[in-house]
Structures are given as structure tokens and as C-alpha cells.
Design a protein around this ligand. Structure first.
Ligand code: JCE
Length: 245
């Protein structure tokens, strides 16, 4: 998978050299390009922001640097295509351009799963009060664009959200996580929270590992773990369970 990121803080993504994702990059499973938005400015001060039309607090990211940066990644707009070839099927429509935004669709494991099947993702990291709306409008006319929210809280910019999304998406790419079974067993893949885990020693500060886990009875252990998942989900995330009424 090819992933491009446009940001005014490229160093932020240095941590993607580490760990599982770093290995996936070295092995060629993930091809990552991090682009400094300021490299796409043409004024003496490399300005990426300006005051909002209509007034109000804060600054807004200017459209021109975003247009130059994204055209550099996606290719400049085709000048007026001759009506020759029929358009591609909407499900195989070139790169997906993703802007983190508190106004976006909620990022979920299902969305991560879908995005992990794509060939090319481009992430645009906004800062300040956001990006001139015409950037989203323009690229929506040219291809697939999504606004995506990490959750119902406000961040200072898109970088932390993009980092989380890339981690969630990247680990679903075949070969990135060593043991595919560990993906299936995890939280959210089966719609339930995970069961509690224990390792040695069997007793620690007066707290014992549940004896069933020491029993060697694998059938009973499976049943107990599933019951723990259901109880835990009912207790802390009843919204994840199918409605019973
Ligand atoms: C962002 C800002 C809204 C004023 C670019 C916040 C995503 N789940 C999320 N929470 N926050 C974000 C996010 C993503 C991109 C930007 N801001 C700050 N947002 C109103 C300021 C700017």
C-alpha cells in the first residue's frame, strides 16, 4: 500500500520508522511519503494560513499550498478529458484522500478494514481552524474524498488522528502483523471486548490467576473466555451488543 501524508509537521511522523510499521516499510509492504506543506508555498514567507473571510477567531489554511501539494501527489487535473473511455467502477476509483476532521465520519475498525484493502491513501493534516472548504470541494469533484473523525473530542490538528488511523489500517495489511490469528481474536474484530489475560506468576500480591486457566481443559477455557468477553462488554460497552428488545 502507498500512503502519502501532507503536514506542516513532517517530523511528527518520524515514529513510523519504529516497531511493526517500520518493519512493514523496510519490507516494502507499506510505502510511505511524508510531505511538508510549506514546500508547496511560493511566497517569501512560506505562508500556509490566513485570516478567515467573514471574520472570527484564528486562522484558516490557504487553498493554494494544498492544491499544489495534492496535485503533486495525485497528478494535476486532466485538462478536459475527451469523452472516450467509460468511467471506472466507483469502488475502484484511484486514491482516497482523507482529511481528519471533528466533522467527519467516525473512524471504526470496519473503516480501518475497508481502507486496508486500498492501494493508495493520501492523508491531509489540517491545523489552525481547519482548511479552506474549497480544497475538499475541489478534490471531491476529482475523486474519492473522506472526512474522518477519530472521536468526539477536539485535537489541535490532524496529525495525531492520522497516526492512529495509519496504525489501525497498517496492521490489517497482510504480512504486517506476524500472526494473523492475533488479529481475529482481538477487540472489535468479533464485536466484543477482549477477555482478561494473565501470565506468570500464578499468584501475585495475593491475586491468583483464575484456576480454570491452569486446568489444561481447552474447551472449558474457551467457554470461560467467551463468557468473560460477553460480561465485560455488557458492563462497559453495552452499545456494542446486538439489541435484545
Ligand atoms: C483539527 C480545530 C475544529 C476548530 C485541523 C482537529 C479530529 N477527531 C478529531 N478531533 N479533532 C480533529 C481535528 C482534525 C484536523 C484539524 N483542527 C482543530 N478543529 C474546530 C479547530 C484543525
Amino acid at each position: 500500500m502507498r500512503i502519502d501524508i501532507v503536514t506542516i509537521f513532517p517530523e511528527f511522523f518520524d515514529v513510523l520508522d519504529l516497531s511493526l510499521l517500520g518493519k512493514a516499510r523496510q519490507s516494502g509492504l507499506i510505502d510511505l511519503g511524508v510531505h511538508n506543506l510549506r514546500d508547496s508555498t511560493h511566497d517569501r514567507h512560506h505562508s500556509v494560513d490566513d485570516t478567515p473571510y467573514g471574520g472570527g477567531a484564528g486562522m484558516v489554511m490557504k487553498a493554494e499550498p494544498w492544491g499544489a501539494a495534492l496535485d503533486g501527489i495525485l497528478g494535476a487535473e486532466a485538462p478536459a478529458a475527451p469523452p472516450a473511455a467509460p468511467p471506472a467502477a466507483p469502488t475502484e476509483g484511484g486514491p482516497i484522500l482523507i482529511f481528519p476532521s471533528p466533522a467527519g465520519d467516525q473512524f471504526t475498525q470496519a473503516m480501518a478494514r475497508d481502507l486496508s484493502l486500498e492501494q493508495h491513501l493520501v492523508f491531509g493534516c489540517g491545523r489552525y481552524e481547519g482548511i479552506d472548504q474549497r480544497v475538499v470541494d475541489h478534490y471531491s469533484e476529482r475523486g474519492r474524498v473522506r472526512l474522518v473523525s477519530l472521536g468526539d473530542y477536539v485535537l489541535n490538528g490532524g496529525e495525531v488522528a492520522v497516526m492512529a488511523m495509519i496504525e489501525a489500517i497498517g496492521r490489517l495489511i497482510p504480512g504486517v502483523v506476524g500472526n494473523p490469528a492475533s488479529l481475529v481474536e482481538e477487540s472489535h474484530e468479533d464485536g466484543l471486548l477482549e477477555y482478561p489475560s494473565y501470565t506468570k506468576p500464578a499468584s501475585w500480591r495475593g491475586l491468583d490467576v483464575p484456576p480454570i486457566l491452569l486446568s489444561g481443559n481447552h474447551g472449558a477455557i474457551s467457554t470461560w473466555r467467551r463468557q468473560q468477553q460477553i460480561e465485560r462488554t455488557e458492563r462497559v460497552r453495552p452499545d456494542l451488543l446486538p439489541r435484545t428488545n
